[in-house]
Design a protein around this ligand. Structure first.
Ligand SMILES: Cc1cc2nc3c(=O)[nH]c(=O)nc-3n(C[C@H](O)[C@H](O)[C@H](O)COP(=O)(O)OP(=O)(O)OC[C@H]3O[C@@H](n4cnc5c(N)ncnc54)[C@H](O)[C@@H]3O)c2cc1C
Length: 666
């Protein structure tokens, strides 16, 4: 069992990474051919790591549960990816990106890792451009940028509203080159169900072939998890339906500490829930807050008239609208960080000003931007700036070019035209800052087991700024892990292939099989979704946007009871040795039911508010999150049999290069 040593190198912040890289062990090209690495997950983090390690010469075995790496959840990323290139000349720098990220995370992330992230951010853009990723360009042909929440510069690179898809195609082509060379062996439609530890080191995995149901053993000298986030514990979220916690939860059970499980991001601009029949929520990218203004009516009569369908939002005069973000946060306005914007929406809706039937929606309005862009275009073209119809047409063309696919998606789902009437939005679960604890090398507390991308807890503290998940996933995969893993693998050049006929593989396989048998033979009364929905309701109501000790204690009890009910009463049709989606889902929900309890336990012990974790008991007079210095640590949980028995370890956070102060966006 490892201890909590973050292994941050000595020396000044600015030199740490460079000096460290100069001194760590290397594996020579011939020896890399003798080393196998398993990478579970081929989204942006795992895909970029697989391509890079294979290019370096390691033998990579890559796994994903979809039918192709191209379908990883990363494909959904819309708005963009940050990098401190300062192409806009607006004052950006490595330090500012570092500073914004630490402050954005409410001073709950590790300085050294965040600085390294900011440092390598610029390399990512060069790498992706070289791969042919079609980033948006300005009229002069240079790469364009837009702004995201919590910052005062424009540093977000984007490809329309499809940045994740384009970046993933880049990583996927890089992977395919290596698949073609035989350096990556790709296992699609395989789900990792356990990590195998031999002599204290991660040496392989047990996977289930989802098409045939066959259980397989795979060995390697190191195992990397790039398996994404666990927000689907809430049932309704913006995640892909398949995203789950199983890989990291199994790693946790084998000794990897789980860090800050309660740090979840609730994104302010999603399409509101429409009813109980729903299984998925849709994000409207944060990029829309560059041009959209958020508001609710000032007067309760208008709210009621809107709900009754007697008044349209476009009929409400400017002076009767409450642009509450601009009112409360004049410096950052509509581009405050996500946790701040989500809470502000909740505050208005709780006060009764929500604009849809359930009272859980606010407006995101583009009318002002359409007019502004339209006038500018008319001016540029030498046309009449006072011609309202012309200005409207020209303005909409610009908005369409910037956000067309998002507007189309909104119209398809809501059946309202957002060019003509404001969008309705509400916060929804979107990202998990918590994850497997890793040290500076991205290694977990299990030697030889690494976690990258959203699967690790790393760089975002208590709140992730927009467009920085893609940056972190690709930083980990392209530029950090390829160095740090070599330092560890240098000791394995004489080890030779790891056999899979050992007692450790026997034991892990037996456990996986008996778990599957238990599920398939249970023959209870209720579907997997029945339990998942119930878990989601507990999580949203008691561990959601605002939390308090009473609710969290209830959640702990209720989740434990629900878990017991699940194991007694879940019914899974079909067999284990065939394609069986319901069985795969049951395993994932079983793990969510354990994680959910640890999540609530973590939130209960963190008696402060920080970023996305808001405790009712700890807020300022104006309702802002109130941090407490005694909680300036990462909570890292050690598994001890049941979530209730998990043991807390703390990584104290030190800030030597940033002054920890009130997190103001005013
Ligand atoms: C709608 C939406 C829009 C977003 N927009 C942005 C944005 O504009 N900018 C930004 O920075 N971030 C954005 N994000 C966040 C960002 O997309 C994700 O955080 C990021 O893509 C996660 O990448 P990943 O590689 O860590 O994981 P994922 O892309 O989730 O990949 C996980 C991989 O692990 C595999 N896997 C998981 N479990 C197993 C298992 N047990 N066995 C085998 N394989 C397994 C999956 O098959 C998959 O290949 C957005 C998120 C959403 C939901």
């Amino acid at each position: 069992m490892g201890t909590l040593n973050s292994k941050v190198p000595e020396g000044p912040l600015k030199d740490k990474w460079t000096t460290y890289k100069d001194k760590i062990n290397l594996v020579n090209p011939a020896n890399k051919r003798l080393i196998d690495v398993i990478i579970v997950g081929t989204g942006l983090a795992g895909g970029s790591a697989a391509a890079t390690l294979a290019e370096l010469g390691y033998n990579v075995k890559a796994f994903c549960f979809q039918d192709s790496p191209r379908r990883a959840h990363s494909i959904a990323a819309q708005g963009g990816i940050n990098a401190a290139k300062n192409y806009q000349g607006d004052g950006d720098s490595t330090y500012r990106l570092f500073y914004d990220t630490v402050k954005g995370g409410d001073y709950r992330s590790r300085e050294s890792n965040v600085y390294r992230l900011a440092e390598v951010s610029t390399n990512i853009i060069d790498q992706c451009v070289a791969q042919g990723v079609p980033f948006a360009r300005d009229y002069g042909g240079l790469l364009d940028n837009r702004s995201f929440g919590g910052v005062l510069v424009s540093r977000t690179f984007y490809a329309k509203g499809q940045t994740g898809q384009q970046l993933l195609l880049g990583a996927y082509s890089a992977m395919n080159r290596q698949i073609g060379r035989g350096k990556i062996k790709m296992y699609n439609r395989h789900e990792m169900l356990d990590v195998v530890i031999v002599d204290g080191k991660a040496r392989g995995i047990i996977a289930r072939n989802l098409v045939t149901g066959e259980i397989e053993r795979h060995s390697a000298h190191a195992v990397v998890l790039g398996t994404g986030g666990y927000g689907n514990a809430f049932y309704l979220s913006t995640y892909a339906m398949g995203s789950n916690v199983t890989a990291v939860w199994k790693a946790h059970k084998r000794g990897a500490f789980f860090a800050n499980p309660c740090f979840t991001q609730i994104h302010p601009t999603c399409i509101p829930v429409s009813g109980d029949h729903q299984s998925k929520l849709t994000l409207m990218s944060e990029s829309l807050r560059n041009d959209g203004r958020i508001w609710v009516p000032k007067n309760m009569e208008d709210v009621l008239a809107i709900r009754e369908g007697k008044l349209k939002p476009t009929e409400i005069a400017e002076e009767n609208r409450d642009y509450y973000l601009e009112r409360r946060y004049p410096a950052f306005g509509n581009l405050v960080p996500r946790d701040v914007a989500s809470r502000a929406a909740k505050e208005r809706c709780d006060a009764g000003y929500g604009v849809n039937k359930t009272g859980e929606a606010v407006y995101l309005d583009f009318a002002a931007a359409i007019e502004r862009y339209g006038k500018e275009q008319a001016h540029v073209k030498g046309l009449d700036e006072n011609d309202k119809a012309l200005v409207d047409k020209l303005g909409k063309e610009i908005i369409k070019a910037k956000y067309g696919n998002l507007f189309q998606m909104y119209e398809k789902i809501v059946d309202q035209n957002p060019y003509e009437t404001p969008m309705m939005i509400f916060p929804a679960v979107h990202y998990t800052m918590g994850g497997i604890w890793v040290d500076y090398n991205l290694m977990t507390t299990v030697p030889g087991l690494y976690a990258i991308g959203e699967a690790n807890f790393s760089d975002h503290g208590a709140n992730r700024l927009g467009a920085s998940a893609l940056m972190q996933g690709l930083a980990d995969g392209y530029f950090v892990l390829p160095y740090t893993i070599g330092d560890y693998l240098a000791d394995d050049i004489r080890t030779g292939p790891i056999p899979t006929d050992s007692k450790e593989f026997d034991e892990a396989e037996k456990e996986v099989t008996s778990n599957l048998d238990k599920l398939i033979n249970n023959n209870g009364k209720y579907s997997v979704d029945y339990f998942h929905k119930k878990l989601g309701k507990i999580m949203w109501n008691k561990c959601g946007m605002a939390r308090n000790a009473k609710d969290l204690k209830e959640a702990i009890t209720e989740i434990a009871e629900l878990r017991a009910e699940f194991w007694k009463d879940v019914k899974i049709p079909g067999k284990a040795d065939e394609y069986n989606e319901e069985l795969a889902k049951a395993g994932r929900v079983a793990d969510f039911l354990e994680l959910g309890e640890l999540f609530a336990k973590d939130a209960l012990q963190r008696e402060e508010s920080a970023g996305g974790h808001f405790r009712d008991e700890h807020q300022t007079e104006t309702g802002e999150a109130l941090r407490r210095p005694e909680f300036q640590y990462v909570s890292a949980w050690e598994y001890k049999g049941e979530p209730k028995d998990a043991v807390l370890h703390k990584e104290e956070l030190e800030y030597e290069n940033i002054e920890v102060k009130e997190r103001s966006y005013k």
